[in-house]
Design a protein. Structure first.
Length: 272
């Protein structure tokens, strides 16, 4: 598993193996899910919208990695398994053919001066792995299927999803002025004590209130990707998508205030 922000290291080769597994699981799951089933965590989307979105993202990411112009796929309608299989294969084949260390257009460089850009192909190994992880969870949840099978049950992958939001997605949101720099320092922590701060990629201002959220890697991953809710004013033990709690702890034991601050941060948007 990568250790640097954006997965810029050769260890990202393992991400391609996981990506291939996840893509195969998406295709296999399509046979068991109604294309018109609602996707609860994606607004008004139905399964067909989710699958077309994921296919388009794979197609777009292949062009970004290769630094080529994206050829539009058209508006559809599409044969969902055929479209997804084609775009999934295109992405894998593109990434397999490219040097992970080669320069690429990535989300790391949005809003960054040209001289400071550092994106490489390896970024897309990780980004597309995690895009597929979260949307496979969406797909299986929409179909009422077990959502903790295969890599969906792998804490290492979900912790990587947490780290990507903290290291890449949230700082990008702040950098592009889509959200304000956080007015609270939230630390997401696994039960084993390992944690990561949601600081927006900026130095922490002195005197900021501090909040700690402790839970499993999977539940924290679902939280930062907007798949489980924190409702201001509720108790300090938050029910999650699997009915398991994570703890929200505030400075001086004021957990109600901590929940409100956390809720505000999540509502503002950690991800695009």
């Amino acid at each position: 598993m990568s250790t640097a922000p954006g997965s810029q290291t050769p260890s990202a080769a393992g991400d391609l193996d996981v990506l291939a597994d996840l893509q195969a699981d998406v295709l296999a799951t399509l046979a068991d899910v109604d294309p018109d089933a609602p996707v609860p965590w994606c607004g008004r989307w139905r399964v067909r919208h989710l699958v077309v979105h994921l296919a388009r993202v794979h197609h777009w990411a292949a062009a970004q990695a290769a630094r080529t112009r994206e050829v539009p796929l058209g508006r559809g309608p599409f044969d969902l398994p055929e479209l997804y299989a084609s775009c999934a294969a295109e992405l894998r084949e593109t990434l397999d053919a490219l040097d992970p260390g080669a320069r690429a257009a990535t989300l790391l460089d949005d809003g960054v001066p040209r001289a400071d850009r550092r994106g490489t192909v390896a970024f897309w190994h990780r980004r597309q792995k995690l895009e597929t992880l979260v949307h496979l969870w969406d797909l299986r949840t929409a179909g009422g299927l077990p959502s903790d099978v295969g890599h969906l049950g792998d804490a290492e992958q979900w912790w990587d999803a947490v780290r990507e939001v903290a290291e890449v997605m949230h700082p990008r949101q702040v950098r592009l002025a889509r959200v304000a720099a956080p007015s609270v320092l939230v630390t997401l922590r696994r039960p084993d004590g390992v944690g990561v701060p949601l600081d927006g990629g900026a130095p922490v201002a002195p005197g900021l209130p501090r909040v700690e959220v402790v839970g499993s890697a999977r539940e924290l991953g679902l939280m930062v990707w907007g798949r489980s809710g924190v409702v201001s004013g509720a108790s300090s033990t938050v029910p999650t998508s699997r009915g398991e709690p994570y703890e929200v702890r505030g400075d001086g034991g004021d957990d109600a205030a901590a929940r409100s601050l956390l809720s505000d941060l999540l509502r503002a948007g950690l991800t695009p």
